[in-house]
Design a protein around this ligand. Structure first.
Ligand SMILES: C[S@@+](CC[C@H](N)C(=O)[O-])C[C@H]1O[C@@H](n2cnc3c(N)ncnc32)[C@H](O)[C@@H]1O
Length: 332
């Protein structure tokens, strides 16, 4: 939201900042203006405990307010909550993620992109001691207010130096442009040697491309497991992006099995459009037989002396290079 000029004027001229505290000074604001100023301060991560008579921020108040004053814009908490409904991990996915984590009472858990705490809350409910990191001060404040976490740190997780002190890392990081791989790779460094990481990730990581090669190798080296989530698992959060759950141990277990990367299931509609696989295979076999017959015909014709003059044209085209190339392309 664009901040109205009267609210901006209060924020720039009538505040007194002392570390994480920010008090309003000067003549009392009308209740309506006070409410609108409060809305902006809350969006920047401030809370106003009645006993304090000031707003308290999870970071230095000047740091929280700087982007607001510089841009004259803010995403209000109301807007963020609406927006957050598009991203939080839905309960069934949280349930499956927790089921994979082998969580025990008193284990230490890191949630490094915690949002408003869908995963952190479920882990704490199972008796884990949860530390959270969240870049957005507004989400961090919402999460702090739930008191599910031992600590909520407002920071860019990717800039935090790794310390291997957690039993578990549970996460659903941002996906854009492969950042989920960067987040998970960094998060693995926070695990104790016998620790385990479970993350929601984009389906993209299952695809063999230049940008996934190193990550896929890391998962395979650690004996990681990859499980496809149902199609549209995040539709209630407003996105149809396909996702997987990736489980990676800190240390490769002695009995690790090769990682099996899931393949996309064709939807019923796709199957209908493409036809029955057995019929498709029979069609291909018939085509191949026709092709073989055509080759036989050319071969037979070339044995006749009257066709020898054409041999130069066909040499190197109809024979082994062509077949080898086709075989290579059609490996079953
Ligand atoms: C997909 S949401 C998931 C939220 C929460 N983990 C959940 O499952 O409901 C990703 C969260 O990561 C946060 N985030 C994005 N980049 C971050 C970073 N570099 N460091 C910490 N948090 C980040 C976003 O603000 C957002 O809250």
């Amino acid at each position: 939201m664009r901040i109205p000029t009267d609210v901006l004027a209060v924020l720039s001229d009538r505040t007194k900042i002392d570390g994480h505290r920010m008090a309003l000074v000067g003549p009392r604001l009308t209740p309506a203006l006070h409410q609108r100023v409060n809305e902006v301060l809350e969006a920047a991560g401030g809370r106003w405990p009645k006993t304090e008579g000031a707003h308290l921020f999870p970071v230095h108040a000047a740091e929280a307010l700087a982007p607001v004053l510089a841009t004259g814009e803010v995403v209000t908490l109301g807007e963020k909550r609406t927006l957050a409904q598009y991203f939080p991990t839905p309960d069934p996915v949280v349930g499956r993620l927790i089921a994979l984590t082998d969580l025990e009472l008193g284990m230490t858990v890191l949630e490094p992109s915690a949002g408003s705490g869908a995963i952190a809350t479920a882990a704490a409910a199972r008796g884990a001691i949860v530390d959270c990191i969240e870049r957005d001060p507004g989400y961090a404040t919402v999460l702090s207010d739930t008191h599910v976490a031992r600590r909520v740190q407002v920071a860019d997780f990717l800039t935090i130096p790794a310390e291997p002190r957690f039993d578990r890392v549970l996460m659903n990081p941002p996906f854009t442009r492969g950042t989920d791989m960067a987040h998970v790779t960094h998060a693995l460094r926070f695990l104790k040697p016998n620790g385990l990481l479970v993350s929601v990730m984009s389906w993209t990581v299952t695809e063999q491309t230049g940008s996934t090669t190193a990550f896929r190798k890391l998962v395979e080296q650690r004996g990681g497991l990859v499980e496809a989530l149902p199609a549209r698992a995040f539709s209630q959060s407003g996105t149809t992006v396909d996702t997987v759950l990736v489980t990676i141990p800190a240390t490769r277990p002695a009995d690790a099995q090769p990682t099996i990367w899931p393949v996309r299931d064709l939807s019923a509609q796709d199957v209908e459009e493409l036809g029955n696989p057995a019929d498709i295979a029979a069609e291909i076999v018939a085509d191949l037989r026709k092709a073989v017959a055509a080759f036989e015909e050319v071969a037979a014709a070339l044995t006749k002396p009257c066709a020898h003059h054409r041999a130069r044209r066909y040499r190197g085209q109809l024979t082994m290079p062509l077949l080898e190339n086709r075989q290579e392309q059609c490996r079953l």
